[in-house]
Ligand binder design. Structure first.
Ligand code: DOR
Ligand code: ZN
Length: 356
């Protein structure tokens, strides 16, 4: 039996408010516990988007009633909400500011670089900024971090050019950190036919699945990567198989078994896994201690991933049928057994807000 700290996922979409048929704070945090994750940071591209004190209250009120693991809620940067000095109480209660600099699912989007500037100026330096920025817009986001001499965390990197750019920026002392998602480490665009089962929408995700060379370069440069994050983006199987499939993959219940399988194949070490799923995200996002919290894993159990056994409401996974080695047996959160042998044991509302 292997004992790990309570793991942190700084990038999840829990779909509440507005799309609870895909997921909500209850099903999403149950999925997190089943995956060995005791803290999730929820993204703001909901309906309505979370972008000010009122919408933040809306999300935090339901989270308080429904979450089973600990949580934080991001605010989203928009064209009209950059006066964060006036909104200081909102920023302090949020997980951080999410800036969508490229197009993806939802309404939040900053099309024009003149709209980035006031957010970089006004968002408190002590609170995280996370950028969805791909390729050249990532280079621009890193320039903004340098100009404002403040930390920026780059979400879901997927390309060789991106990991090499971040490496170079770090070497020059720019305060940039980054995360990579399991689907960009374990899948390339060549896997799309196999995961699609005749429904091309299932392969849709932003950033898109990349080339095998890109995947290789992420593995070769793991030392540049600060965090593993799921970008858990549940859309129902019916939506994925429709005419207009939304991008996104679920990931909360598969990240740890996939990474433990990589450990069993000597592609990753346990200390590195703990650094990227606990120590580094705890520091970057300034998260509180969770006393008496740990995850017990049977690192020798082999099993097959099945969507039918998952807590996420979306009812599919791109890793269906994959054989993995390493199963989460038990999660203890703040002194209580929160998950054991396939069942969630804490009630809705047990989860706490990381910003208190
Ligand atoms: O594939 C994605 N889905 N990428 C994103 O950036 C957003 C996410 C979603 O919310 O569905
Ligand atoms: Zn996301």
């Amino acid at each position: 039996m292997l004992k790990l700290p309570g793991l942190i996922d700084p990038h999840v979409h829990l779909r509440e408010p507005g799309a609870t048929h895909k997921e909500d704070f209850d099903s999403g945090t149950s999925a997190a516990l089943a995956g060995g994750i005791t803290t999730v940071l929820a993204m703001p591209n909901t309906k309505p988007p979370i972008f000010d004190a009122d919408t933040l209250d809306l999300a935090l009120t339901t989270a308080k009633q429904k979450a089973r693991c600990d949580y934080g809620q991001y605010l989203g940067a928009g064209p009209d909400n950059s006066n964060w000095q006036r909104n200081a109480s909102a920023s302090a209660r949020s997980a951080g500011l999410k800036m969508y600099l490229d197009s993806t699912f939802g309404e939040l989007r900053l099309d024009d670089m003149t709209l980035w500037q006031p957010h970089f100026e006004n968002w408190p330096k002590s609170m995280p900024i996370v950028a969805h920025s791909e390729s050249r817009s990532m280079a621009a986001a890193i320039l903004f971090a340098a100009m404002h001499d403040r930390p920026v965390h780059i979400a879901h990197i997927s390309l060789k050019e991106e990991v090499l750019l971040i490496k170079a920026a770090k070497e020059r002392g720019i305060k940039v950190t980054c995360e990579v998602c399991p689907h960009h480490l374990f899948l390339s665009k060549e896997d799309i036919p196999a995961i699609s089962h005749g429904h091309p929408g299932r392969g849709e995700v932003r950033p898109r699945l990349a080339t095998p060379q890109d995947v290789d370069s992420l593995w070769k440069n793991l030392d540049v990567i600060d965090c593993f994050a799921t970008d858990h983006a549940p859309h129902t199987i019916e939506e994925k198989d429709s005419e207009n499939p939304p991008p996104g993959f679920p990931g909360l219940e598969t990240i740890l078994p996939l990474l433990l399988t990589a450990v069993s194949e000597s592609r990753l070490t346990i200390p590195d896994l703990i650094a990227k799923m606990y120590t580094n995200p705890k520091r970057i996002f300034n998260l509180p201690d969770q006393p008496e919290t740990w995850v017990e894993v049977d690192e020798n159990e082999t099993y097959e991933i099945k969507a039918a056994e998952q807590f996420t409401r979306c009812n599919w996974t791109p890793f269906e049928g994959w054989k993995v080695k390493g199963r989460v047996r038990k999660v203890v959160l703040r002194g209580r057994t929160a998950f054991e042998d396939g069942t969630v044991q804490v009630e809705a509302g047990y989860g706490q807000n990381v910003r208190g």
